[in-house]
Design a protein around this ligand. Structure first.
Ligand SMILES: [Zn+2]
Length: 93
């Protein structure tokens, strides 16, 4: 039986002092920083909650927007929607 993960996520946030990872549901999310790359272009460091088990990182809306803004400034936002670019970093270097 699958429940809405977002609701469980919020429950975990409220009831305990830490966040349970919604991806693997075993790890704990801890505050950290992610180095965000898009199409081989480094966008910067952003705060994120990172799972100590599966390594998945989660950003809130504000940070997700900041990542998008950074991608737009570098002119790479939206590239992924036009064509399925293979993640070849050599193109940009
Ligand atoms: Zn996890």
């Amino acid at each position: 039986m699958k429940q809405k993960k977002s609701e469980r996520f919020l429950c975990a946030q409220k009831s305990k002092g830490f966040l349970t990872c919604p991806m693997c549901e075993e790890g704990t999310l801890t505050e950290g920083k992610i180095r965000e790359n898009m199409f081989g272009v480094y966008l910067g460091e952003f705060p994120a909650e990172i799972c100590n088990k599966c390594g998945e990182s989660f950003t809130d809306d504000k940070t997700t927007n900041a990542i998008q803004e950074s991608a737009k400034r570098k002119g790479i936002w939206g590239l992924g929607r036009k064509t399925k670019i293979s993640f070849s970093t050599s193109v940009f270097h």
